[in-house]
Design a protein around this ligand. Structure first.
Ligand code: FO1
Length: 309
């Protein structure tokens, strides 16, 4: 542990989880808050599934499947197989152990607890000591308008159609009624450093920043507010970031990403492969941002912390 500032990290799923894991090794747990996208959340067989919250939770508790980056390592799919026997065609792979998380979450939601309270209960039961917060307690659903199929629910687009349809537009259902929870507000107001993880800006970070008042709250803080690049040498490490940028009519460049985060951030960590980029109005730092090992997650976290101190 080297840092004693209050650090807030904004993330989606797999890519953000790696930086979260690095930061969790460097920042004392009571000073680290991770605010997570919930636009991917959905109902499936009557259960509330929160993929990004679970990906962060499983990663920080050491349970995560290291190959997929989501779900639980070594999980079985007996329930899924039984669904198949009943004539269902389960397209979303929910492991048997993972199902326990969704059962607990759904039961507690039904009993009137907030997603923030439930996430706190699940994460502390799994031994996580830093704070993992949903971006809001109100349900928000990312809808993807596609050329081929019209508007799709997010997981329908992402998993069932393997993010192949052409994206025309993105919409956040319910966002106008979303509110900033007290713990999210408090974390941002008390932050000494705000980091936007290397998650998909359009699919993962946009929902967080679209919670009414949240972007303004972040921008109002006169502390380092830095994004870690989601693009390395013109490519996304994983997932559809570049494809979506093209489909939405953007030039694939760090300038586009920086423009997207305009006024929200004042610093940007770019990869060594992109060291020649020049972005006006932003402090730039160049580092190896490809987190393909535990050491590199910690090294990137350490770099973000030391560069901004
Ligand atoms: N992603 C897939 O590509 N296929 C799946 O079947 C799948 C199941 C799944 C189950 C639980 C969970 O927490 C995540 C899961 N994911 C799956 C990942 C998830 O759909 C995406 O990574 C995120 O929503 C995008 O951040």
């Amino acid at each position: 542990m080297v840092d004693s500032r209050n650090v807030v990290l904004l993330v989606g799923g797999v890519g953000g989880a790696k930086l979260a894991a690095g930061l969790a090794r460097m920042v004392p747990p009571d000073q680290l808050t991770i605010i997570v996208n919930t636009g991917d959340d959905f109902w499936h067989y009557g259960l509330r599934i929160c993929p990004d919250l679970d990906t962060i939770t499983y990663t920080l508790s050491g349970l995560v499947d290291p190959v997929n980056g989501w779900g639980i390592a070594g999980d079985t799919t007996i329930t899924l197989d039984a669904l198949g026997r009943l004539g269902e065609m389960p397209w979303f792979r929910l492991g048997d152990q993972d199902l326990a998380t969704h059962l607990v979450r759904t039961t507690r939601l039904d009993a009137g607890e907030s997603l923030t309270q439930i996430t706190q209960a699940i994460t502390s039961a799994l031994g996580i000591r830093c704070r993992i917060l949903p971006m809001t307690d109100e349900p928000v659903a990312t809808r993807v308008d596609t050329v081929e199929h019209g508007e799709l629910d997010f997981q329908d687009y992402f998993v069932r159609h393997r993010w192949q349809p052409t994206v025309r537009n993105l919409r956040l259902d319910g966002i106008q009624d979303a509110t900033i929870s007290a713990p999210v507000r408090q974390a941002i107001e008390n932050a000494d450093l705000i980091v936007i993880g290397p998650s998909n800006p359009w699919l993962s970070i946009q929902p967080i920043l679209s919670v009414p008042g949240l972007r303004e709250l972040i921008a109002s803080r006169s502390v380092p507010r830095v994004a870690v690049t989601p693009i390395i040498g013109g490519q996304a490490v994983k997932g559809p970031t570049v494809k979506i940028m093209q489909e939405l009519g953007y030039t694939v460049s760090l300038e586009t990403v920086a423009g997207f985060y305009q006024r929200t951030i004042n610093g940007f960590v770019v990869d060594v492969q992109d060291q020649d980029v020049h972005l006006s109005d932003l402090r730039l730092s160049v580092f190896d941002t490809l987190m393909n090992s535990d050491q590199k997650r910690v090294a990137l976290a350490e770099h973000v912390l030391s560069w901004t101190s």
